[in-house]
Ligand binder design. Structure first.
Ligand code: KIV
Ligand code: ZN
Length: 505
């Protein structure tokens, strides 16, 4: 046994790329998934659930690429308790050094009857067969009785015992519909750990949905009952109201080790960057008062609070902003900062830049430093991520310049110059607002007019000269792409994001 297995800690099973991606509007490209997986590996998550390989060729390829390129965490693929699913998971995971198959079948009366049309005995047999087959493919097998929290406990006991007999190594107890409560979920874990033969040989895992706002509380409750894996997503994205938020679980276990007795192995200083990455890639905004990663999570507004924090931070701060990677290094860079200092900062932020990415990002940094007195880490992270995003696609269209005429009682008018495969082209259009008019001008040049399903603009830091990041989601039939752009000018940020999305289409 290696030390990692012997040590008593809570394994973080990140499912941002699988359950997180299942929520409306969060579909990601293959490159984007790899980018997130790389960051998850940097954060030291224990297991990355990379996708559901049988569900589409796109999913299969993404899991396979993550299995090939990401080192450190165990790479996991989801499979129903069916041979084609299990074979697809096996094949997609082939290149991974450490791999896991996660197989599941519903166990609640309502799911078995209405969704599967199967009797409990048939479900039990399918679960046994699936776990046996998965064990023939890999040594690390996780089993989930879907909708476990609405299942009969006696049947769950029998089912879990059967799959342990067949070689399951992790037993996940999903609260699929976000129905359970902390006390009830804890009791269920205690019951299974006590009553199931072989329970001492496996890791018990929590998987919660947030329909009643209890996902984090429920997940944490299982730790008190001996659960040692929590399945979660960055920013809590996921089906309906989302999944357990990874950042909240990690910081609760860290901050209240006195209450839980165990922690995770996550590098919490990379949480803010991870949150930002998922936000910009999916275009799903984070509410300002969201715990740990919301814009206000560490802001002290009232005079009494500010006074207290100045005298002693612990008066109103139970954890430091630095512990989640917020403003950990607010050393300011400016237009006189050299390329070496810039590169050093990027590397210290946890990026692994290619030389051409540094060159392009440095030129962009100089442009921004000309417009903005102080360039903060958040600005640099945003512009570097933008650079990665641009380098992932062939730049057919590139913004050269634009002019806009707008104001009260005027219909905004935009003139745009684009480089189209190296050739300069111009367009002009009126629109219902500045953004509408510039997008129409771009459409005029490109001859494209895809469906715009989402536009999100967020400031990177504070102040009227702050950089803005825009995220544009476009749809064209089955295809859905997210483009990103940044600038100190929000119209330019939107135009760049729109062009980036068109290049992705
Ligand atoms: O919520 C759920 O039940 C799931 C399973 C596939 C584990 O996501
Ligand atoms: Zn789920």
């Amino acid at each position: 046994m290696i030390w990692k297995e012997m040590e008593d800690y809570v394994r973080i099973f990140d499912t941002t790329l699988r359950d997180g991606e299942q929520c409306p509007g969060a579909a990601m490209s293959e490159d984007e998934k790899v980018e997130i997986a790389l960051h998850l590996a940097r954060m030291k998550v224990d297991i990355i659930e990379a996708g559901f390989p049988v569900s589409s060729p796109v999913q299969f390829k993404a899991v396979e690429r993550i299995a090939r390129e990401i080192e450190g965490p165990i790479i996991c693929g989801l499979a129903r308790a069916l041979r084609p699913d299990l074979e697809a998971a096996r094949d997609a995971l082939k290149p991974a050094k450490l791999k896991r198959i996660h197989t599941f079948i519903a166990s609640s009366p309502i799911h078995m009857k209405h969704k599967l049309g199967k009797s409990p005995a048939e479900v039990l047999e399918m679960a046994r067969t699936a776990v046996k087959m998965a064990r023939d493919f890999v040594t690390d097998v996780e089993f989930s009785p879907e909708d476990a929290t609405r299942s009969e406990w006696a049947f769950l006991r029998e089912l879990v015992e059967a799959v342990i007999e067949e070689g399951a190594t992790t037993i996940n107890i999903p609260d699929t519909v976000g129905y359970t409560t902390p006390q009830e979920y804890m009791d269920l874990f205690r019951f299974l750990k006590k009553e199931v033969k072989g329970a001492d040989k496996v890791i018990f895992s929590a998987h919660c949905h947030n329909d009643l706002g209890l996902a984090v509380a429920n997940s944490l409750a299982t730790v008190l009952a001996g659960g040692r894996q929590i399945e979660c997503t960055i920013n809590g994205i996921g089906e309906r109201a989302g999944n357990t938020a990874m950042e909240e679980v990690v910081m609760a276990l860290k901050t209240r080790k006195d209450a839980f007795g165990v922690e995770t192995r996550i590098d919490s200083t990379l949480i803010t960057r991870g949150s930002h990455l998922v936000k910009t890639i999916t275009g799903m905004v984070v509410q300002p008062n969201k715990a740990i990663v919301g814009a206000n999570a560490f802001a002290h507004e009232s005079g009494i609070h500010q006074d207290g924090v100045i005298k002693n931070r612990q008066t109103y701060e139970i954890m430091t902003p630095e512990s989640v990677g917020l403003k950990s290094n607010r050393m300011v860079l400016g237009r006189h900062s050299g390329r070496a200092g810039f590169k050093d900062r990027i590397i210290r932020m946890g990026f692994d830049p290619k030389p051409e990415e540094i060159d392009n990002a440095y030129n962009r940094f100089l442009e921004i430093a000309d417009k903005k007195k102080e360039v903060f880490d958040e600005d640099i992270a945003a512009l570097f991520q933008g650079e990665i995003s641009r380098s992932q696609v062939d730049e057919i269209y590139r913004l050269v310049s634009f002019e806009q005429n707008t104001g009260t009682n005027k219909t905004p008018d935009s003139k745009i110059t684009l480089s189209v495969k190296g050739e300069t082209k111009q367009g002009e259009a009126h629109g219902d607002g500045p953004v509408d008019s510039i997008f129409k001008a771009i459409n005029q040049v490109t001859g494209l007019s895809p469906l715009l399903s989402r536009l999100v603009i967020s400031p990177v830091t504070e102040g009227t000269d702050a950089m803005a990041e825009a995220s544009v989601t476009l749809e064209d039939g089955e295809r859905r792409v997210v483009g990103k752009g940044d600038s100190t000018d929000i119209i330019e940020a939107c135009a760049k994001a729109y062009i980036n999305a068109l290049n992705r289409l």
